[in-house]
Write a protein that binds this ligand. Sequence first.
Ligand code: KG4
Ligand code: ZN
Length: 366
Amino acid sequence: MSTPEPLVLGIESSCDETGIGIVQGSRLLANTISSSMQEHVRFGGVIPEIASRAHLEAIIPAVRAALDEAGVSLNDLDAIAVTAGPGLAGALIVGVSAAKALAVATGKPLYGINHLVAHVCVGLLEENGISDGAQLLQNARGGGLGALLVSGGHTEILQVQDITSDVRLLGATLDDAAGEAYDKVARLLGLDYPGGPAIDNAAQSGDPKAFVFPRGLSGRKFMGTAADPGAHRYDFSFSGLKTAVARVVAGFTARGQEVPVADIAASFQEAVVDVITQKAVLACQEQGMDTLLLGGGVAANSRLRQLLGQRCASAGVRLIIPKFTLCTDNGAMVAALGARLVAAGREPSELGFAPDSSLPVTTVCL
Ligand code: KG4
Ligand code: ZN
């Protein structure tokens, strides 16, 4: 049976954020986040064991805080949703075990959902100024909705025919994800983890034209033409860009010169954002998708939001961008996708499911 405005609690624990969100239909009622990010800074990246331990300590207080914030009790819920993958195996296990325990104790249905699909689903919450999110999903016909997912582990262009059951992969990165490239280049520039916000900040005072860095897989050989598309028309590659930045940094260091951090950050960012926005808009135009959902941690990037906005406007594509605070990992996105699954009358997951650290984006729910 379907419920039009289901009340769903979402649990996110795939990386270093313990997020609990509560959503009613398209309305966000609570979103509590407890992050272990500061514990990873001195290592320059997430240490899985530290993240898992932090989830274990944070998860029960976070559930309590979210229920209080929303003013609801566990009994009021229609369902519980949890990130089943992809992500760090040990970190996922904590969230999935907590969700199963809550589901068994309360008798509520449990949905083990895909983190990547949740990232692009969160943009449709009213919280982002979208009043017709549910209708957009229901009415998506023909080409469906486009989605650009840019996170720490994934960079993908998706075609969403039905967000509860039919998500197709049009293109993906062949090597590093965009967020990974930001984190690695930040390290080269001596900036702290996470590198995305650090480069975004440094780039504000830099010249994006100071260095011309490569735009991976954007040459004719890879793109082909509309009539005769190349094998990598919608794909990305960021490892050459990272190497190009490393060479420039090494050159300054070898000459005993100060590394122009702001100019390199701005030029690197321009290269990433240029190629991502160009390919996403092209996919929308060619696949008949007139709306594009943006999601993932890199969606918080100021230049990406700006350039994608401009290019979508010129192409007549409606762009849906999550609020800044809903871009990086959070529980609201898990609850948002859970609510769509319940509203569509989808079957809950069998309680015996195991988290899948490499769950493909095409599997919306286990
Ligand atoms: O989606 P997310 O929170 O976690 C994953 O599912 O991977 O994304 C984290 C990634 C990190 O690589 C981080 O550097 C990047 O998002 N990020 C940004 C910004 N804020 C976070 N990248 C560019 N600009 C930002 N402002
Ligand atoms: Zn994520």
